[in-house]
Design a protein around this ligand. Sequence first.
Ligand code: AR6
Length: 191
Amino acid sequence: MVFMNGIKTYLNGSVVVTTGDITLFEVDAIVNAANSSLLGGGGVDGAIHRAGGPAILEECRTIRSNQYPEGLPTGQAVATTGGRLKAKHVIHTVGPVWHGGKQGEDHLLQDSYRNSLAVAESLGVKTVAFPAISTGVYGFPKDRAAKLVAKVLKQYFSTPRTVQTVYLVFFSPSDADLFIREADPILGSGI
Ligand code: AR6
């Protein structure tokens, strides 16, 4: 059983901050921090493909040849099956590589979250789990990402949504603590 109660919730329980391995989450959809090739990689991407099995890669290849022959642009999102995962869907998004902050990284990171949520809505899912997109190999500063993500979620849940709960899944407790520190002033102190 996966611990999904979270260590902190915001916006009346719509946002749950938690820690763990996202591939184990029992949610309707999990988001993958992919790269534009959609053909897999390391980090959370590698973990999702390993846990979900070859059906995910197969669908990614089809999406590449039918919709995105040049690769999925940064900030965009597409959905595939969850394969063998508990989650029925994987929503693949490409976060920005950090280049110092003057190449539109902030907006692109927010696009990744917004577009992933839009895909989740279009699938009619109620629960969706996000990893900390771009904050691993892609080098986006974690504190800066936290503020940007908190703002997207505050705005997103200001109107009624099909998505009821967004889980923000951090691999390490210290990353979750850092998120909470940055998000509290934006999302309210929460519970
Ligand atoms: N569950 C939850 N979070 C995880 C897991 C997991 N199983 N594994 C890693 N993380 P990264 P990026 C955290 O590097 O920065 C890939 O090669 C990790 O601690 O996975 O967007 C892709 O193919 C970090 O906080 O994604 C791309 O080429 C966060 O997930 C590139 O990396 C994101 O780290 C994308 O880089």
